[in-house]
Write a protein of this length. Structure first.
Length: 298
């Protein structure tokens, strides 16, 4: 099975990072995580870049950790589990450290570690049919990467509890109402809206980079996320060391007749084999911008 390509295009001061792995719904494996680190380094090295947009190709934003990665860690030695998880954590932590302001253009489902990736961006814009799913607890896996902290930082304790503990999916409208996302727009308009939101930053990279530093150092305690990562790490390692937990209920939501997009997404995410499965809302992205393009392929 092919992995996820990480594509970088730069046009008029805006860097666009696209996760492209149709076979895995843009899941993160060790190679994709390493490629995210590499494209971040390319962005840092280009003083002409004033903003970065991260999005997914096809129907999903990112379905989380590749199932093969998680399956390979289950029941492993503590050092193997630690190192495997750290390889994934490093990717979205590096995106969070980019020196330019970042926007997550959430074109479809963001699940598990994929939701973490969206949450580390400075701003989130969601397609109106997108859904955010924690995905961990429903199949017996503890969240990781500071997941609960990131949810609470963006949307409050109630959102963190609802999604991360009680396994409730978050619709685009709910995300906007909670502050998790700035706005929800039709999928066909998503990238254009994201690009409009960074146009002034792309035109003035020095100011953009200064604003990014000030934003991140004055509005939140950066060490709080680091503490959350370490607190969750041990518990996630413990949950991976256990025999796989199987969902025995007939419906994630407890309502077999549920017809909402979010409930369908939730049911698909728990009926599959992993915490990071996703609902694959069907949507096509607009063509990539012209400009310098770097494609990292498996």
């Amino acid at each position: 099975m092919a992995g996820t390509r990480v594509e970088l295009s730069v046009s008029s001061g805006t860097a666009r990072i696209t996760l492209d792995g149709p076979a895995t719904r843009n899941a993160l494996d060790a190679r994709a995580a390493a490629d995210l680190l590499a494209v971040c380094a390319e962005i840092e090295a280009d003083p002409g870049v004033g903003a970065a947009i991260i999005t997914g190709a096809g129907p999903a934003f990112c379905s989380g950790a590749d199932t093969r990665v998680l399956d390979g860690l289950r029941g492993g030695r503590p050092d193997e589990i630690h190192d495997g998880l750290e390889n994934l954590y490093a990717a979205f932590r590096r995106v969070a450290q980019l020196s330019v302001p970042t926007v997550a253009a959430i074109n479809g489902a963001a699940v598990g570690a994929g939701l973490n990736l969206a949450l580390v961006a400075d701003l989130r814009i969601v397609a109106s049919d997108a859904v955010l799913v924690s995905g961990f607890a429903r199949i017996g896996l503890h969240p990781g990467g500071g997941h609960l902290h990131l949810l609470a930082r963006a949307g409050g304790v109630g959102i963190a509890a609802a999604a991360g503990v009680f396994a409730r999916p978050i619709t685009a409208d709910q995300a906007v109402a909670a502050g998790l996302a700035w706005t929800a727009v039709p999928g066909a308009e998503l990238l254009a809206v994201a690009e409009q939101s960074v146009a002034h930053l792309a035109a003035d990279p020095p100011l953009a980079r200064a604003l990014a530093v000030t934003l991140r150092h004055t509005v939140a305690d950066a060490t709080a996320w680091e503490r959350a990562v370490e607190i969750e790490r041990g518990r996630q390692m413990w949950s991976l060391s256990r025999p796989r937990q199987v969902v025995t209920t007939g419906s994630c939501s407890g309502d077999a007749g549920s017809q909402t997009v979010a409930d369908k997404a939730e049911e698909e995410s728990c009926s599959g084999a992993t915490a990071d499965d996703d609902n694959a809302v069907r949507r096509r992205l607009s063509p990539a911008d012209p400009g310098r393009t770097s494609v990292r392929d498996h």
